[in-house]
Design a protein around this ligand. Structure first.
Ligand SMILES: Nc1ncnc2c1ncn2[C@@H]1O[C@H](COP(=O)(O)OP(=O)(O)O)[C@@H](O)[C@H]1O
Ligand code: SF4
Ligand SMILES: [Mg+2]
Length: 338
């Protein structure tokens, strides 16, 4: 398995969604006979990775490639179909809700849309106090008040506004409040799922700076999910590139941006002029992303890859580690022809 010192380790994680619907939705006629068909979305397919303490792992990939599903499965919000998740070398994917409680405190999530993730009927004070009381049964009301005021200061929201409701704040301030809610319980690990995508570009940098400051001050470990490559380039220590629920490349950030090895990573980078074109020719992908309901055989990228051969169509590539520290799942790289 991966590095034993990883704070969070994921091993062969699979998460599929059954979207067959009711029995009547499942029935179909095939060669004159009634058959029952199940439909599954294969959102996350055999993902393994490890995140070191204080590291920021960026997870990138196009919409629908399974980033949010992976995030939710890691935090126990979706039970995986198979695979294992370890936190500080303790397996957590099979814990009862009661045994999972301490990990719910250590592992927090920040969502894309702060308006949807904050309860519109709760004041900021109540929103921030609730998780502190929930996770610290013996804490006094005065201690909670102090804690909330301290965290509000830290995220740049005036504690005097604690009695206001989410709609009274701007988008950027609401995201600061969501970050405060995650921080009030003193977590160790935060999954931030597209934390700035819903914000004006002018506000995005402020929120990213706030996340980096909090990381520095509190020694936090992040899994940062985004479709925006320039964000991961600036704030992550390593990057995992996902395609159709699989990791195709996982590398230290500098390595990934300077010498992307997987043809899909090369295409993604080359599509962002300020990042990629200096390093690689613009690679235009053929076709569309296939549906995760019917995954392609072999390498899931084979239908769009310029370097496909017979082996790629038949055999799924394994993630192999190169001397540079990059891990890549590509027969072309493994065979030495790319
Ligand atoms: N609760 C769900 N039920 C059924 N399908 C889902 C569910 N959540 C996500 N999916 C599907 O799983 C795939 C991956 O989705 P998601 O993890 O949200 O991708 P991303 O965050 O990369 O955009 C998509 O095809 C999406 O439609
Ligand atoms: S395994 Fe084959 S099809 Fe897949 S990315 Fe590599 S060369 Fe392309
Ligand atoms: Mg998502």
């Amino acid at each position: 398995m991966q590095n034993r010192n990883g704070l969070l380790k994921i091993k062969n994680l699979v998460k599929h969604f059954d979207i067959s619907g009711g029995l009547l939705d499942q029935l179909a006629i095939e060669k004159g006979r009634i058959v029952r068909r199940r439909t599954t979305v294969k959102a996350v397919n055999d993902v393994s990775l490890s995140i070191m303490p204080r590291e920021t792992l960026g997870v990138v990939g196009e919409s629908g490639c399974g980033k949010s599903t992976l995030a939710r499965a890691v935090l126990g919000l979706y039970p995986p179909n198979s695979g294992e998740i370890y936190y500080q070398n303790k397996r957590i994917d099979n814990l009862t809700p009661h045994k999972m409680l301490p990990y719910r405190k250590k592992m927090q999530m920040i969502f894309q849309d702060p308006y949807a993730s904050l309860n519109p009927r709760m004041t900021v004070k109540k929103t921030l106090e609730e998780p502190v009381f929930f996770h610290n049964k013996s804490i006094t009301a005065t201690q909670v008040k102090e804690k909330v005021a301290e965290v509000m200061q830290q995220v740049g929201v005036d504690p005097q506004w604690a009695d206001r409701y989410p709609h009274e704040f701007s988008g950027g301030q609401r995201q600061r409040i969501s970050i405060a809610r995650a921080l009030t319980v003193d977590p160790e690990f935060i999954v931030a799922d597209e934390p700035v995508s819903a914000l004006d570009v002018s506000i995005q940098a402020q929120i990213l700076n706030l996340l980096m400051e909090a990381q520095e001050k509190r020694g936090l470990t992040y899994m940062l999910i985004t479709h925006d490559l320039s964000i991961v380039q600036h704030i992550s220590t390593s990057v995992a590139v996902m395609y159709l629920g699989k990791i195709c490349e996982l590398a230290p950030t500098k390595e990934l941006f300077e010498s992307p090895r997987h043809p899909y990573t090369q295409a993604l980078l080359s599509a962002v002029p300020e990042i990629g074109r200096k390093k690689t020719e613009h690679v235009k992908l053929k076709g569309e992303v296939p549906t995760p309901i019917n995954l392609p055989s072999g390498c899931v990228f084979h239908g769009r890859c310029l370097y496909v051969n017979d082996r790629c169509i038949d055999e799924p590539p394994r993630l192999i580690r190169l001397d540079s520290g990059t891990q890549v799942a590509c027969h072309g790289v493994e065979d030495g022809r790319l």
